[in-house]
Design a binder for this molecule. Structure first.
Ligand SMILES: Cc1cc2nc3c(=O)[nH]c(=O)nc-3n(C[C@H](O)[C@H](O)[C@H](O)COP(=O)(O)OP(=O)(O)OC[C@H]3O[C@@H](n4cnc5c(N)ncnc54)[C@H](O)[C@@H]3O)c2cc1C
Length: 580
């Protein structure tokens, strides 16, 4: 596997142009995000990730996490690398100042995770989930809970998890059955006894952090059926004393680890709560309002999972370019010199590499545009907050599907060497495959776009996004046509299309919209570079943006017929005929 070279300049361009960090820094809240600080963070986390986390990516895959006598062990090096991450304060970048964080824009926190995850996809899930837990507690926890949990979650001394899934409750979270019964007497009076089994819990057990704060969804006695009867609880691995010191171990355990296609260094745990009916949890927020609280965590987690598409694509791209420059095979078509050349010279390999590069940069542009809208929402800009919500399914679904596509092209560039494990190209492809599944499958994301978010303010939030793109791309006919098509399909979906028609077209529609926004942001980057921003990208960005506009955008336009074909074709065959 090749080392990781942080794409610092492209990240900075996206942070400057797409997130608009200079404008954010004009607010009192984000005043510290001055250009020097931004550069120091992006360069610093890039160097840290490349130096300390990237070298563990391969061993994390080959050795993986192991459960030994109830304790999860990671390969050598992981503990020290996590300790250094905590000691250098990277976990605290965008966390609240009141609890030890630096209070910087989420855009910079996003960059920390982008670098960590490009270096080591599986390891990055540990801070990613902690950051989600911080946000959920910050928004919904009581003052006492914040004081107890946030300082150590912010520093990274403790980590967080997110416990929704049960065997019968996957996409249908409302089907969960874990229970929480109020404790009426004794030292834990006012708290709850938690009982149940959760599956697939990422970093549910490990010893890198001194405590693990599980955020668990469960039902209180008599709670309504479905999603309206779900409450959220903090369930610490070790109970926490009033003075903040660690008390006895709570009644919870990791039953086993899943054997997976990839992300082998990330322990995916089956967790059992309350084997001895003595698992203590504390309610977060109001009873039966747990899903809303968890959604805070899920929104940020969905953006960060979308970022995983960028991460794996960047790593696969670097690997593929290295291999293509090294591997010599065949003479260049049409050349009088018949000696064999590096495969990077062949047109089809160029096509693959340009596709990988322009898609990676396009995803990154969409990612930071989304994080910039989130930060504006934090500053009280309501239209930006609503726009961010509309963008979340796009970055999550298109970002992660495209991450898989780019990793797959990376395997293809390697030829047979991509299919064997030595080069590392196969690991990227295996690791990438989870991202379209967790944090709400991509099908669920697309459904969220067409059944909920498209309708915000009677369609005005979505329509204004597409209108901005169409207006800004008047001199780019393919892009403005794509934005106009997206707007028209949105009107059709909100008007005459049946629910089934909308759902049938949701995935191609989501992709069209994501490509439209990404293409727009690539165009803005291209213009900025042509006007003098990022001199080191003066040759590169116009070429990759052009490729995106000329190759990726028209392909997305080709999805229009599929997005509007309706649902009838889906049910032509019976279930039996599908199988036969
Ligand atoms: C490695 C890994 C880590 C994970 N980490 C966590 C974690 O930390 N915490 C946690 O709580 N969970 C976690 N999960 C669980 C993950 O979020 C779920 O696997 C995911 O939400 C899908 O649920 P499911 O597996 O039950 O699939 P199902 O819900 O059974 O879905 C199967 C297929 O049916 C489709 N489908 C289902 N319902 C509908 C519908 N109504 N409309 C259209 N299509 C539908 C889905 O899109 C999917 O393609 C993790 C999973 C894995 C594999």
């Amino acid at each position: 596997m090749t080392p990781y070279t942080p794409p610092t300049q492209d990240q900075l361009l996206a942070i400057n142009v797409c997130a608009g960090i200079e404008e954010l820094a004009q607010s009192e809240r984000f005043a510290a995000a001055e250009p020097d600080m931004v550069e120091a963070i992006v360069e610093g986390i890039g160097a840290f990730s490349a130096g300390e986390w990237a070298p563990l990516n391969r061993i994390g895959d080959t050795e993986g996490a192991k459960l030994e006598n109830g304790v999860v062990r990671l390969p050598d090096g992981f503990t020290a690398a996590y300790d250094d991450y905590v000691a250098q304060g990277w976990n605290a970048i965008s966390a609240p100042v009141a609890f030890g964080g630096q209070g910087l824009p989420s855009t910079l926190g996003c960059n920390v995770l982008e670098n960590l995850g490009t270096a080591n996809f599986a390891f990055n899930l540990l801070p990613m989930l902690s950051i989600g837990a911080i946000e959920a507690l910050e928004d919904h926890g009581s003052d006492a809970q914040k004081a107890m949990y946030l300082p150590k979650l912010v520093s990274g001394e403790w980590s967080g998890t997110m416990n929704l899934t049960e065997p019968q409750a996957g996409s249908d979270v409302g089907a969960l059955r874990s229970t929480a019964v109020p404790i009426e007497h004794g030292e834990h009076a006012g708290k709850y006894l938690i009982n149940g089994q959760k599956i697939y819990i990422t970093w549910g057990e490990h010893e890198l952090a001194k405590n693990i704060i599980h955020l668990v969804l469960a039902r209180t006695p008599g709670a309504p059926e479905g999603t309206r009867g779900i409450s959220l609880f903090t369930v610490p691995k070790y109970l926490v004393n009033a003075d903040g010191s660690l008390g006895p171990k709570n009644d919870l355990r990791c039953v086993s680890l899943e054997h997976k296609l990839g992300i082998n260094a990330s322990p995916t745990c089956i967790m059992s709560y309350g084997d001895n009916n003595d698992c203590v949890g504390e309610l977060v927020g109001a009873e039966n309002r747990g899903l809303a609280a968890m959604f805070t965590m899920m929104n940020s987690a969905r953006i960060n999972v979308g970022s995983q598409g960028v991460q794996i694509a960047e790593r696969a791209l670097q690997q593929a370019v290295y291999y293509a420059a090294d591997r010599v095979q065949s003479a260049r078509a049409g050349s009088p010199d018949r000696s064999a050349v590096s495969i990077i010279e062949h047109p089809d390999v160029r096509r693959m590499l340009m596709r990988m590069k322009s898609l990676t940069e396009g995803m990154r542009a969409l990612l930071y545009y989304t994080s910039g809208q989130v930060d504006r929402g934090t500053l009280g800009d309501e239209p930006a907050a609503r726009r961010a919500e509309v963008l979340v399914p796009m970055i999550k679904a298109w970002g992660t599907d495209t991450g898989v596509d780019v990793a797959s092209i990376g395997v293809q560039v390697h030829g047979g060497m991509g299919f064997v494990e030595e080069t590392g190209a196969a690991q990227h492809y295996r690791d990438a495959r989870i991202a379209p599944i967790y944090e709400g499958t991509n099908g669920i994301q697309a459904a969220d776009l067409v059944t909920r978010k498209l309708g915000f303010e009677n369609g005005a939030v979505f329509a204004s996004l597409m209108a901005d793109i169409a207006r800004d791309s008047a001199d780019e006919p393919a892009l403005s046509a794509l934005a106009s098509d997206c707007a028209a399909i949105g009107v059709w979906m909100l008007g005459e299309a049946s629910l089934d028609d909308r759902l049938a077209g949701s995935v191609p529609f989501c992709e069209m919209c994501a490509v439209a926004v990404a293409g727009w942001q690539m165009l803005r980057q291209k213009r900025a570079v042509e006007a003098g921003a990022s001199p080191s990208l003066a040759q590169v960005k116009p070429a990759t943006a052009r490729f995106f506009l000329d190759h990726i955008v028209p392909q997305a336009s080709g999805l229009k017929a599929s997005a509007t074909a309706g649902a009838s074709g889906l049910y032509e065959l019976t279930a039996a005929q599908l199988a036969g």
